[in-house]
Design a protein around this ligand. Sequence first.
Ligand code: ADP
Ligand code: MG
Length: 324
Amino acid sequence: MPLSEFNIIEQYFSHITSSREDVILGIGDDCALLAPPPEMQLAVSMDTLVAGRHFLPDADPAAVGHKSLAVNLSDLAAMGADPAWVTLAITLPEPDENWLSGFARGFSKLAQSHAIQLVGGDTTRGPLSVTLQVHGFVEPDKALRRQGAQPGDGIYLTGSLGDAALALKLQSGNFLLAGDTAQLFIRLDRPEPRVAQGLLLAGLASAAIDLSDGLLADLGHICKASGTAARIRCDRLPLSARVSEYVAASGDWQLPVTGGDDYELCFTVPPALEQTVEEKFRAAGFDLSRIGRIEPGNRIIVLQQDGRELGFQSSGFDHFNDEK
Ligand code: ADP
Ligand code: MG
């Protein structure tokens, strides 16, 4: 017997996250009732993943569940916000129980690890797509915006760049890489949102963004919003062993510098706070790299080891320049 909309909600969505005290009423009524802490600001963000565009139609549904929440949590992380609630609008071609239970499993596991509660949503029939809205709390004046970087500020990255882009290149089929590539696909399919790092940076970083469209494009957003330029050095970019090997063999810096789907944080720190931030990251055991500095001007300069400037034809870079 095909599942009704009510049964789908009851079976796959109603009980997949833990209850929070600030949820007065969760799934099941016409609206959820939520009690934000009176002294906090609410950070709200939404992202859609469409089958065939953001994930392959035959992708592991657990990975789709994970990634749809991860990319949204990454936006909260980039604002320095603490995740609280999420709503989910899901469109399904047919009620496929195998797909639904996989999706719910991937979603639930990541939601539990960030104590975010699914409080409502919408379930409809149509081409497969998943839209989430996340809500988090941030102290007034502590949110990390794209605007606020100043000449002299250090430019930092969490984690490493290019693993997801390399996995995507492998997935496209016209490229081969010897050795184990599992870790690259984990980075592409199950990114870990840097929520704890964002919370640590709230009130300290002068600007921040999460890397979804590639370092060049996303650092470009910080520069554009802040009215500054940036100078970064290739030899300081944090790369995994696999991406390092790839770049050494191919000379292709385009991949780590412009490849998307990293879901790391890129942020700037005033010189007087750099030591504090670096010590806090070290104490927490979080990876951190300073890749360059903010400068006056309106472009991004990427320097090779020999000091010469690397040229890019990436849309991110052009987009940044065109709009100035
Ligand atoms: P209404 O018709 O009043 O909008 P629905 O029948 O769409 O209500 O939804 C019933 C309840 O289930 C609501 O609380 C709604 O928020 C929740 N809900 C529907 N779909 C989802 C979903 N995919 N995930 C989480 N909650 C959902
Ligand atoms: Mg209603």
